[in-house]
Design a protein around this ligand. Structure first.
Ligand SMILES: Nc1ncnc2c1ncn2[C@@H]1O[C@H](COP(=O)(O)OP(=O)(O)OP(=O)(O)O)[C@@H](O)[C@H]1O
Ligand SMILES: [Mg+2]
Length: 227
């Protein structure tokens, strides 16, 4: 589902690349954790995979389609069709209701308008937010907002989910609940996922763990104690 080949990225003005020659593959249905020290380039890698930022070298294929080679419009279309993204900050749009926020990917993917309400309600139900549709985001707690962000990432049934510390701002208990939810929803859909996390518990719940360091990307040996 995701193939990253020899990806390299250096920000203009920076003396050294953030990362260089990164390769990884995620099969359909596989949930993979991405761990590594703060500042090592995890968010940058996710953004390059999603085509939100541009790598300098290398290739990214999503469902066989060459994200790295697409122009802005085609990249946006590929995202709309294939990708769900949970951001490090929630990026819930404050001027829209909860239901309107969740429905944004349906608009982008050009799902018929007649289906929006039912699919949005179904998704809010799946994340435990029945009855929240008409609320304003400003009236929600952090954990509730994160659930909205997850509902939005999954509503258009993407084949690949990218999540950047989806529980970074939550207390441990709520973080666990939200992550269980993300994993359960991802697995029940047979989607692939790459989840950036600092939590050992989260990493242990994934099928594989990849560690990004200054030396590159390495597969962690099996077992939670190795994370
Ligand atoms: N737009 C940018 N311009 C210049 N440097 C940047 C830019 N975005 C990120 N960086 C730098 O690239 C490096 C990697 O940043 P990134 O946000 O990918 O790290 P991260 O692994 O996600 O860290 P964290 O765990 O704290 O979220 C950092 O040194 C950061 O300062
Ligand atoms: Mg980050």
């Amino acid at each position: 589902m995701l193939q990253v080949h020899q990806l390299g990225k250096r920000f203009p003005g920076s003396p050294r690349p953030v990362f260089d020659a990164i390769s990884l593959q995620i099969a359909a249905g596989e949930v993979v954790a991405l761990v590594g020290e703060s500042g090592v380039g995890k968010s940058t890698l996710l953004n390059c995979i999603a085509g939100l930022d541009r790598a300098d070298t290398g290739e990214v294929h999503i469902g066989g389609e060459p994200m790295h080679a697409l122009d802005e419009a085609a990249a946006a279309q590929l995202r709309a069709r294939r990708l769900g993204f949970v951001f490090q900050a929630f990026h819930v749009l404050p001027a829209l209701t909860v239901a309107q926020n969740v429905a944004v990917p349906l608009l982008l993917a050009q799902v018929p308008a007649a289906e929006h309400a039912a699919r949005t309600e179904q998704m809010l139900h799946a994340v435990g937010l029945d009855g929240f549709g008409a609320r304003q985001p400003a009236s929600l707690s952090g954990g509730e907002l994160q659930r909205v962000a997850i509902a939005r990432a999954l509503v258009h049934a993407p084949a690949l989910i990218l999540a950047d510390e989806p529980t970074g701002n939550l207390d441990p208990r709520t973080a666990q609940d939200v992550l269980d939810l993300l994993l359960a929803e991802t697995r029940s859909r047979g989607a692939a996922a790459l989840i950036v996390t600092h939590s050992q518990q989260v990493a242990a719940a994934c099928d594989r763990v990849l560690t990004l360091s200054r030396d590159g990307l390495h597969e962690a040996p099996a077992g939670p104690e190795a994370v």
